[in-house]
Design a protein around this ligand. Structure first.
Ligand code: AQP
Length: 351
């Protein structure tokens, strides 16, 4: 047993590849969630066994109205399906299947306080009133490690803001393998999951401030494009997005120095399935008077059908509940053997 994250795991992980990720049911989904997470999920389901959950356990780290939480959970499930996840292919489920929380407790005893102290998201989210934050908000990355490792997931598609938490998951996996694995054991018990953070949609910034990430909790609705926004809302938000008076530059280097312009070009690129360089090749020298309407048109073309599909799915909550219940049963079935093995490795009575 050590207090440090071991530099190397005892052996390579040789199990099958599996994808896991999730989104919190804590408010309307926005373009950042869509590009940073949702579109990646539906792409991956065709390549790897995919588990995607609605993070209701994470959501309650801050206050959620109990009268709304179940409906918010259905909304995220609807957004998954509307953006292309197929419930017959991927497992779509609520995070509150019991194995996640049970493994999270064991991981709380593996993770070190010093590791959590370094998490920047807690510092950002707790702000100046850290002593009034829930303990769950502080330990949430440990639960996230359990979410991932209970399925021995090897790949985690997330936005860039989650990179540090993924590193913590890798540290927890490494330390568990070291402390409880078969001595010198090959293969390793848990994999060291890889974050899948690529493309121009990995970090979508606020439309009002190019230095802040687009976020559900930003008080200004004009800072984000919601998946349920109408075509008129989307056009108005793009038109009002903060920019500078210069035309778009020729090179990526010049673009990087202009946060707001960089963000809009990145959004265009992600929606169009192009690189930022390709977008600049088309729009360099043109002003925002030309670029913004083109971006608004593209955003409406890509997002309006997702919003329409979401509304259609939400009109039949019983069907969404059926999908979530089936997913929960499938998830539990996949998680139970890992939890049983973990209990045995830790040495619990009766395991
Ligand atoms: N701005 C973003 N750009 C790219 N990806 C993003 N994600 C979130 N914001 C951006 C990715 O979306 C997934 C789900 O996030 P979440 O709902 O679990 O929580 P979050 O990251 O806390 O989302 P928000 O919008 O920022 O919520 P609040 O305001 O409540 O904190 C993750 O993969 C995340 O990386």
């Amino acid at each position: 047993m050590t207090d440090q994250a071991p530099a190397v795991a005892p052996g390579a992980y040789t199990g099958p590849s599996r994808v896991l990720s999730g989104v919190q049911p804590s408010g309307a989904l926005h373009l950042g969630n869509y590009l940073g997470a949702l579109v990646k999920f539906s792409r991956l389901q065709h390549e790897i066994d995919t588990f995607i959950f609605v993070a209701d356990l994470h959501a309650i780290t801050v206050w959620q109205d109990p009268a709304l939480l179940a409906q918010q959970t259905r909304e995220i499930a609807a957004a998954y399906i509307a953006s292309g996840l197929d419930p017959d292919k991927a497992t779509i489920f609520p995070q509150s299947v019991r194995e996640h929380a049970e493994l999270a407790w064991i991981f709380q005893c593996v993770a070190r306080l010093g590791w959590l102290d370094r998490m920047t998201q807690f510092k950002e989210k707790s702000g100046k009133h850290k002593e009034r934050s829930s303990v769950g908000l502080y330990t949430y990355p440990v639960l996230q490690a359990a979410d991932i490792l209970i399925y021995k997931a090897t790949h985690v598609p997330v936005g860039e803001d989650q990179k540090q938490h993924l590193e913590l998951t890798r540290d927890i996996a490494g330390k568990f393998n070291h402390d409880f694995g078969v001595p010198g054991g090959v293969p390793a018990f848990f994999p060291q999951p890889e974050p899948l953070i690529q493309g121009p949609g990995a970090r979508v910034m606020s439309l009002r401030d190019g230095s802040a990430k687009m976020s559900k909790s930003d008080p200004s609705d004009y800072s984000r494009i919601n998946l349920t926004d109408t075509a008129d809302d989307i056009a108005a938000k793009v038109r009002k997005a903060r920019t500078d008076p210069e035309p778009l530059p020729e090179t990526l280097e010049e673009l990087t120095a202009r946060a707001e312009a960089d963000n809009l070009v990145g959004i265009f690129a992600a929606l169009a399935g192009k690189t930022k360089a390709e977008v600049l090749a088309e729009y360099a020298g043109k002003g925002f008077g030309t670029f913004k309407p083109a971006l608004a048109e593209l955003a409406v073309e890509k997002l309006a059908p997702v919003g329409d599909r979401m509304r259609g799915l939400l009109a039949d909550p019983a069907e969404l509940d059926k999908i979530l219940a089936k997913g929960a049963a499938r998830a539990s079935e996949a998680a139970a053997p890992t939890l049983a093995e973990v209990k045995k490795l830790v040495g619990f009575w009766g395991a």
